[in-house]
Design a binder for this molecule. Structure first.
Ligand code: AHM
Ligand code: MG
Length: 342
């Protein structure tokens, strides 16, 4: 329930404007772009809530570029974000998980003044969970486009550390938006549906330096490599002061929900490469990079096992990568295990 005695709410737009003013040249362009992302999130949140009632779930009769069946909600969420981002006037180019090619915004839809941005996004991640009513989410990352660029794939085939902003929105028991514009700061906002605004509820999120939870699809363990097998076995057989002290297992199967819990409670989330998926499952541009950007800015780490995620430079927009992210010390242990097996 909204606290109606509180009259000085810190909304997402107010907070981002204040942060931009403190750190860099404040044009307000990023704030405007984020208004269109917030609109998309609010619209999708409403659709997700209504999905069971108005029969939006189920197959849409089309397959996406990864060859998976698209759900109706995926199609809808994709259209919602493309339209909202295009109408901001601040976007030159977009990459969506649901579209095989980059989406170029025509000059007539671009504001000639100010910065132009490239936005990469997964409009509705975790779609296998839709019908069960389990949390799903939207993931996004934002780059500044080079001045004068008309928008090409080159504007997004860049290292993840070049992102200026990344975030996700989780459609769970409440709608939570977690955002970072860099500078070691991550903030969480909760949608107050009574006024339709994202309100700052989790200022300055810091991931615990070590956790007690691991999050991986253990059903794939028969396909894991030796390093992965050894690392997760050690978490389960761990002893402290001569007594068993195993980590707990938690796996939703929605990256947004699993990463959200990992950021708040600590621990490690993993989607490794294995004998079945040589490059892992998750996509570099709009799944791995934004989550790695958030986790690093919250004080955690993200690696492929051999390399910092944010140092990767993808060569294709839908490229996949193995990923391990979470608490600093847990990810450091994982890296040591991979180094030993290299
Ligand atoms: P999607 O983009 O098709 O929804 O797939 C991505 C999802 C992630 O949210 C999640 O971490 C992963 O797939 C789960 O995969 P699996 O079912 O193989 O464990
Ligand atoms: Mg996805």
């Amino acid at each position: 329930m909204a606290d109606h005695t509180q009259t000085n709410l810190i909304t997402l737009s107010r907070h981002v404007l204040a942060e931009q003013r403190a750190h860099k040249d404040a044009t307000g362009d990023l704030t405007l772009l984020l208004v269109s992302i917030q609109l998309g999130c609010k619209f999708v949140a409403t659709c997700v809530r209504k999905a069971g009632i108005v029969n939006l779930t189920g197959l849409a009769g089309d397959t996406n570029v990864q060859g998976e069946d698209q759900k109706k909600l995926d199609v809808l969420a994709n259209e919602i974000f493309i339209n909202s981002l295009r109408s901001s006037g601040k976007v030159a180019i977009m990459v969506s998980e649901e579209d095989e090619d980059v989406i170029i915004v025509s000059a007539k839809d671009r504001d000639p003044a100010g910065h132009a941005y490239a936005v990469v996004f997964d409009p509705l991640d975790g779609s296998s969970n839709i019908e069960a009513g389990v949390s799903i989410g939207t993931i996004f990352g934002i780059y500044k486009v080079a001045p004068g660029s008309t928008g090409t794939a080159k504007d997004v085939l860049r290292a993840g550390r070049d992102m200026v902003c990344a975030g996700y929105c989780m459609y769970g028991s409440s709608t939570s938006l977690v955002l970072s514009t860099g500078n070691g700061s991550v903030s969480g906002y909760t949608l107050d549906t009574t006024i339709g605004e994202f309100i700052l509820t989790h200022p300055n999120i810091r991931i615990p330096p070590r956790g007690k939870i691991y999050s991986i699809n253990e059903g794939n363990s028969v396909y894991w490599d030796a390093a992965c097998t050894e690392y997760f076995a050690a978490l389960k057989t761990r002893q402290v002061d001569g007594k068993p002290a195993p980590y707990s297992a938690r796996y939703v199967g929605s990256m947004v929900a699993d990463v959200h819990r990992t950021i708040l409670y600590g621990g490690i989330f993993a989607y490794p490469a294995d004998k079945k998926s040589a490059h892992g499952k998750l996509r570099v541009l709009y799944e791995c990079f934004p989550m790695a950007f958030l986790v690093e800015n919250a004080g955690g780490r993200a690696t492929t096992g051999a390399q910092r995620i944010l140092d990767m430079v993808p060569t294709a927009i839908h490229q996949r990568s193995p990923i391990f992210l979470g608490s600093r010390d847990d990810v450091t242990d994982l890296e040591a295990c991979y180094a030993k097996h290299a």
